[in-house]
Design a protein around this ligand. Structure first.
Ligand code: HEM
Length: 97
C-alpha cells in the first residue's frame, strides 16, 4: 500500500527553511496546504481556522504571560502525530489576585 502524506511536504527543507521549527513568520507560509488543495479542499477549513484562532486568543487573553516550559511530545503515529503533552506555565501573579 502506498499512502501519500501531504503533511510530509511541509517538512521539505528544499521548500521550508528549518522545517522542524514552528515559525508563523515564514515568507512562503501560503505554500502550506494544511487544508488540501483543489476540488476536495477541506469543507471545514473556515470553521477549523476560527475555532483555532478563538481558542488561542482566549487562552492568551486569560494568561497573557504564559510560557511554554518544555518541548511538546507527540504520539508515534505515521499519519496523525497528535500532541500528547505541552507543558505551559500560566505565570499567574497570585499576590495580585
Ligand atoms: C484543523 C482541522 C482540519 C484540517 C487540518 C483538515 C484538513 C483537511 C484536508 C487536508 C482535506 C483534503 C483531503 C483530500 O484532499 O483528500 C480535508 C477535507 C475535508 N474536510 Fe477537513 N480538516 C480540518 C477540519 C475539518 C472540519 C472541522 C470539518 C467539518 C466540520 C472538515 C470537513 C472536511 C470535509 C467534508 C472534507 C472533504 C472535502 C471533499 O472531499 O470535497 N474538516 N480536510
Amino acid at each position: 500500500m502506498i499512502r501519500p502524506l501531504n503533511c510530509g511536504t511541509f517538512r521539505d527543507p528544499n521548500i521550508f527553511e528549518d522545517p522542524d521549527e514552528f515559525n508563523i513568520h515564514r515568507k512562503n507560509l501560503k505554500d502550506v496546504y494544511t487544508f488540501g488543495v483543489g476540488p476536495h479542499y477541506c469543507l471545514g477549513a473556515a470553521m477549523a481556522k476560527k475555532i483555532t484562532q478563538l481558542t488561542i486568543w482566549s487562552f492568551l487573553k486569560r494568561f497573557p504571560n504564559a510560557k511554554i516550559v518544555s518541548k511538546p511530545t507527540f504520539q508515534n503515529h505515521f499519519i496523525i502525530r497528535n500532541m500528547t503533552h505541552l507543558m505551559i506555565n500560566p505565570c499567574i501573579d497570585i499576590k495580585s489576585k
